[in-house]
Design a binder for this molecule. Structure first.
Ligand code: PMP
Ligand code: GLN
Length: 386
């Protein structure tokens, strides 16, 4: 029986297919390739963290957590934020635990955007931003950043701001380019948004992964930015637990109130025993302080392996991604090359064109170096043969 009058469900996201991360990880598994495509650690999280989760699981912490997150975790995050950035967020009214950064980004965009509002997006952009904008009837307005520096031309940003601009999406350290915002970037942005009703979502999931003695300049550290910004974080990146899907949002009380109205109907709350475990685990700063050294060694190992290849690169400033130019090797489209390299030399990567709305192809591939040393060396050897 067919009582529907239209043959198909009209898509709310007609331009969206399966994400590149799913496509490349699936292909890598099928052909047995080294998977440097999707961003996730190839090694396990700390046994201590697993024991803590087990402890809370066995002690019966298995029912709904409070909608806003368990108090001890909100308090631990507020403490860490104040220690690191000297900014006070009240754990009861300004900190919310979410089911990953993805949920926090969606909830924050939904809290702000109404149909017809414009949202400034720097591209290449992480893939969940634009669907979140479009599902809320927002209009993405793109500021295009290009290799090798991906630096921001603030004159262009100014030109793209209109009376309809309601939100700007920021990501630092940046996926996929590895670029890190400077203090000057913060000042430039503050000068643009000051005295305007423009809010900001700042995706800072790689806040602890910076190299060559760089500092993370969170948007919360500039008062003009702090008062209008939803800071989004993820424990997935920091503690090697991307599969646990747990993140958070820090925002002034007025913003958090609206954020929580969305969050409570998206997921209501997130996984209880993990929240208790993370609260305990966060008490030792070494658990996140060691990350720059840990990942810088891996970045260097991978890049040392590529030194004699024909790839060209600038070492990533932060995140666990390295972009490389293959312009000296071939002029194939980056998507085709990523597929070919997965099948032929068994190394999977992400073509950076997928992060541009017009699929700009600058002949750049992204590699995730959150892998064990032997895997990185083997991948670099194979890539060096090209
Ligand atoms: N933002 C960026 C920039 C990311 O790279 C990722 C995932 N790797 C996310 C958000 C999503 O984080 P989560 O898995 O916590 O939802
Ligand atoms: N953030 C990860 C990346 O950029 C992937 C997350 C996902 O698969 N959605 O590779």
């Amino acid at each position: 029986m067919n009582t529907l009058t239209s043959a198909t469900l009209p898509s709310k996201l007609p331009n969206v297919g399966t994400t590149i991360f799913t496509v490349m990880s699936k292909l890598a598994a099928e052909v047995g390739a080294i998977n440097l495509s999707q961003g996730f650690p190839g090694f396990d999280c700390s046994p201590e963290l697993v024991s803590l989760v087990e402890h809370y699981l066995r002690r019966g912490f298995n029912q709904y957590a409070p909608m806003t997150g368990v108090p001890t975790l909100r308090e631990a995050l507020a403490q860490k934020t104040s220690d690191l950035y000297n900014v006070a967020y009240h754990p009861d009214t300004e900190v919310t635990i979410t089911s990953g950064a993805t949920e926090a980004i969606f909830a924050a965009v939904t809290a702000v955007i109404r149909p017809g509002d414009e949202v400034l997006v720097f591209e290449p952009a992480y893939d969940s931003y634009v669907p979140a904008i479009e599902l809320n009837g927002g209009i993405p307005v793109y500021v295009t950043l290009t290799p090798p520096d991906y630096s921001i031309d603030w004159k262009t940003v100014r030109e793209k701001i209109t009376d309809k601009t309601r939100l700007i999406l920021i990501n630092t350290p940046h996926n996929p380019t590895g670029r890190v915002w400077t203090v000057d970037d913060l000042v430039q942005l503050a000068n643009i948004v000051r005295d305007r009703d423009i809010w900001i979502v700042s995706d800072e999931v790689y806040e602890h992964i910076l190299f060559d003695n760089r500092t993370h300049h969170s948007l919360m550290t500039h008062p003009v930015l702090q008062e209008r910004t939803f800071i989004v974080g993820s424990f997935g990146k920091t503690f090697h637990i991307t599969g646990w899907k747990i993140g958070y949002c820090l925002a002034p009380a007025e913003l958090t109130r609206e954020f929580r109205k969305i969050h409570q109907y998206l997921t209501f709350s997130t996984v209880t025993p993990i929240q208790y475990a993370l609260a305990d685990y966060l008490a030792q700063p070494a658990h996140y302080q060691e990350l720059p050294t840990f990942y810088q060694r891996k970045r260097n190992l991978f890049l040392d392996g590529l030194r004699n290849s024909r790839f060209e690169f600038k070492p990533a400033e932060g995140s666990f991604f390295q972009t490389v130019s293959y312009a000296a090797i071939t002029d194939e489209p980056d998507y085709d090359l990523a597929i070919r390299l997965t099948k032929e030399i068994n190394v999977a990567s992400i073509p950076v064109s997928v992060f541009y709305n017009q699929k700009n192809d600058y002949k750049i591939l992204r590699f995730c170096f959150a892998k064990d040393d032997a895997t990185l060396q083997k991948a670099a050897e194979r890539l060096s043969r090209l």
